[in-house]
Design a protein around this ligand. Structure first.
Ligand code: XMP
Length: 429
């Protein structure tokens, strides 16, 4: 292994992810582990140079005093008790913390600043090869950041032992299925099964107006299609997954212990019992992007804005029809094109269009015409819990309006949603 590591033992502090990031910012790899890790488990982790027990007050989890394994204190590496209280309180100020951490990590533990994407990728390639051996791996490749980066990493590690399945459910943005095929099949020479399931999904969704029912149908149908593809393949032992660190650090008191490395995968039947390969599970989102970039994925995949699992399905409001879904897809493509051309791509957190199931009267080619309105939404947020509206220049809004009303079939008005979250949510349904 190429990287040194500092282990943080989780004593229930919700600050641990921040601490891990602070150590990684020093160029040293850091992982959070449950407080009751045994000395043997700790010894089995590669290149551990130091251990930090962090939490205030230490050794108390959920109000109960715990006996942090005595042998951790006798660990063959330096141990830091990062108490907030007591006679040597842990600094709160960012600069002082950095100094204290540097002193511990480099001065006391003698760790090397060798955490970088090149080393991470090299280590993961070794680990994946060790885990997988000569067996086969299956991956659901949506084209989102996480699944794309996992795919690229698995291709580098095991090449054609990986089979990617890309399910086109008809609710992807314009050009996305084509880009997945171009990048992975044409450029990376991956085994890629492209499943055109558009009719299947749209038939199932016909007439369904309730947003939660739509989400359930899309989720369940996705598992069914994927399962059918998995059954057609012989000898798959592993399932690649784009789990990332924030997925497993759900809260300060949930420790990494909650993650099992071998379990059946949510929604897939018991007899398809795959072992998981989750090489990104220790990365934060920005690190996942850096990893994708280092693996040669295009910026359009690595830096793309968040996109909901049910895709355009929750932006074609109410019961989905093919013509209105096309209006969502085409108007979204125009919005994205104009944002990119005007320096807003990468600046605005999320932006999209939604088309409601209602018509208003307008004039087209000198005649009255009942058509749909198209809603533009562009928001900024840190955690998606609250959001503010982007102050898009009025002239740009007018240009987008002119393009959408002239280029997209069935749209005669364009509206800009000025509502922050709350009271609006980011999506319309
Ligand atoms: P809301 O609309 O709740 O959205 O303010 C917050 C963020 O979550 C995304 N979102 C979803 N993501 N499946 C997803 O994977 C969903 O069903 C879903 N609904 C909303 C939304 O795009 C925004 O980024």
């Amino acid at each position: 292994m190429k990287q040194d590591m500092i282990v943080i033992l989780d004593l229930g502090s919700d600050e641990n992810p921040r601490l891990a990031r602070e150590i990684r910012a020093l160029g040293v790899y850091s992982e959070i582990h449950p407080h009751d890790i045994t000395a043997e488990e700790l010894a089995a982790l590669p290149n551990v140079k130091g251990v930090i027990l962090n939490g205030g007050p230490n050794r108390i989890v959920d109000g109960v005093e715990i006996d942090v394994a005595k042998d951790i204190y006798n660990a063959p590496v330096p141990v830091l008790l990062a108490d907030h209280k007591g006679d040597k309180p842990w600094p709160v100020d960012a600069e002082a913390r950095k100094e204290a951490l540097s002193n511990f990590v480099f001065g006391i533990c003698g760790a090397q600043a060798n955490w970088n994407m090149e080393n991470f990728i090299a280590d993961q390639v070794d680990l994946i090869r060790q885990q997988v051996g000569d067996k086969k791996v299956l991956l659901a490749l949506s084209g989102g950041v996480d699944s794309s980066v996992v795919a690229a990493l698995l291709i580098k590690a095991v090449g054609k032992q990986l089979t990617c399945v890309h399910v086109n459910h008809g609710l992807l943005r314009k050009g996305e299925p084509e880009e997945v095929v171009r990048v992975f099949r044409d450029e990376m020479d991956a085994n890629l099964i492209y499943v055109d399931a558009v009719d299947r999904f749209l038939d199932k969704l016909a007439g369904v107006a309730d947003p939660e029912s739509k989400r359930k149908i899309i989720g369940a149908e996705f598992i069914r299609v994927f399962e059918e593809e998995a059954r057609k393949l012989d000898g798959i032992a592993f399932l690649g997954q784009g789990t990332i660190y924030p997925d497993i650090i759900e809260s300060g008191t949930k420790t990494v212990k909650a993650v099992k490395s071998h379990h059946n995968v949510g929604g897939l039947p018991e007899d398809l019992d795959f072992e998981l390969v989750e090489p990104l599970k220790m990365l934060f989102k920005d690190e996942v992007r850096a990893c994708g970039k280092a693996l040669g994925l295009p910026d359009s995949m690595v830096y793309r804005q968040p996109f909901p699992g049910p895709g355009l399905g929750v932006r074609c409001l109410g019961a989905i029809t093919r013509d209105r879904l096309e209006a969502v897809r085409e108007s979204d493509a125009i919005l994205r094109e104009e944002f990119a051309a005007n320096g807003l791509e990468g600046k605005v957190w999320q932006y999209f269009t939604a088309v409601p199931d209602l018509k208003s009267v307008g004039v087209r080619d000198g005649k009255r015409a009942d058509e749909w309105p198209c809603i533009l939404r562009a928001v900024n947020t840190v955690d998606a819990m609250t959001a503010t509206v982007e102050d898009v220049p009025f002239a740009l809004l007018q240009k987008i309006t002119a393009r959408i009303t002239s280029e997209v079939k069935g749209i005669n008005r364009v509206l800009y949603d000025l509502t922050p979250k709350p009271t609006g949510t980011i999506e319309w349904e």
